[in-house]
Design a binder for this molecule. Sequence first.
Ligand code: AGP
Length: 602
Amino acid sequence: MCGIVGIVGRKNCIKEIISGLYALEYRGYDSSGLALIKNNKFEFSKNIGKISNLEKGVKKNKLSGNIVIAHTRWATHGRPSINNSHPFIKQNCALVHNGIIENYEDLIKYHSINKKNLKSDTDSEVIAEIYNKLLNHFNNPIEAIKSLNKKILGSFSFAFLVLGTKSIYVSRRGSPLVLGLGDDFNSVSSDALGLPDNTKEIIYLEENDIAQINESTISVFDHNSKSIKRERHKFIPKKGFKIKGNYKHFMEKEIFHQPISIEDTILNFADKKRKTVYLPKTNIKFNDFSNIILIACGTAYHSCMVAKYWLEAMTNLNVSIDIASEYRYRKSKISKRSLGVVVSQSGETMDTLKCLKKFKQKKIPTISIVNVLNSSISRLSDFILPTLAGPEIGVASTKAFTSQLSVLALFVLNIQQENGAINKLYFNSIFKIHDSINKILKKNDDYKKIAQTLADTKSIFYIGRGVMYPIALEGALKLKEITYKHCEGYAAGELKHGPLALIEKNIPVIVLAPSDENFLKLLSNIQEVKARGGRIIMITDKDGAKKAKKFCDHIIIIPKTNFFTSPIIYSLPIQLIAYYLAIFIGTDVDQPRNLAKSVTVE
Ligand code: AGP
């Protein structure tokens, strides 16, 4: 989603600004722009499409400056266009904004804004108009921001340039901002990845903070414009995250990184020799709870679905799961003996963050399973279980998903351990995931061949039972996201309750079929599909292949798994199929249309 970068330095910083925008590209965007102050006047450039378009415009117009704000926009109000892209420049200020201003129409009326002054369809431009008026009134940029923030309903992170000053003014509510301190510059970004590589320290702004960034100083204020101190952290640049290496796409790199990312995550929490799980120390005692509520969005929600199967089978806890955008508004009862768990790669997903706040209001202990440490979700939760997947750039989540599953698996084993009875078979099997995944990746040609057979089909189905049901949903989500093909995931037993009507000659149905206790039932389901002309593509192990061969049009054999490891291992085939199909179709794999990596709007 939208991204902000700003730098105030001694030297021209256009190069660093553009590089910051490129670093935020992975979040998804449809246009970009920058503005700077030169000789007490604004200069700016905006463009739609890729950042390279903006870069060309900046070069063509020979823009250079040392007080610059920039933005990548992911359209919410108004289509992608130059007029709708940021920065918005008014008489005395320029603004870039992330988030959504819910009451912008009321603000237009209340502040008698002449609609002729609004050149865009955005909520953000209204803020630029009002801030400009407030600057005239207060003649003090910080007081003007304080007054502005009081008027706003919704979420925002703002970065303003103000004529007559040599500063960037920022503030945030519900949308992250991080400040970067360097030797001869200071900076701001919506994501630490957007800060210059030579940043020394960073400050995470808190809710309602306001800050003034100068070349050599940074001052932070609370919502009442009272000066406050915020902790400084050492900045560790994420070297290598911007490089694809020998891979064509970040998604490919991330799929092939999984033997390492899964192992890193597992070894961080488990000692193979001692047969012990070591979660970071916490005063949370799992025996104190009767319920666990797991909340997330999209792919992260699918990891919660898998966890529900594991927790129900392996612990005595009641488990409820929900999609964050629904759970937020549900009037569900939350008992005092509940533990709230949120799962998020980015740690910034707005709906998930709001559910975490709901848990906090109900005063139940909270755990977040996050990939981006120091994200809003990780900072708000009582306890963090990090997924050690490393930065995930591709919009379609791959390695973060399998790391979430790995952490959740260890979380379940940890509960068993506390109760005195860890499942040894499952514990030992998690250390074999690495080898199984390597075997699958070595045979990636199998998935290319299957993907080729899917290129001309209008619809594709994924089916599975038990722990394979969430993976079927994930397979369908992955395929939709990056190939734009219609694809549905179903619990195999559910086909006859409706979706079977869609099966006709040659419609591909991909069956996720480890040879487990559900296998025979699954065989009956595929015969229902076969009888209606569907084309069966089965992913199974050797035993499954023997039994199912005669019913299948294509079979891919992968290593044997169990109830605990199969969701992680079967994730690889579904990712490879989606990836290779997208390659055949020629879509933008890393930045699929209409989607954003970090969904910071509601
Ligand atoms: C996955 O491929 C998606 N891009 C999306 O569903 C994602 O998982 C979802 O938006 C949640 O994001 P989060 O993990 O960063 O909270």
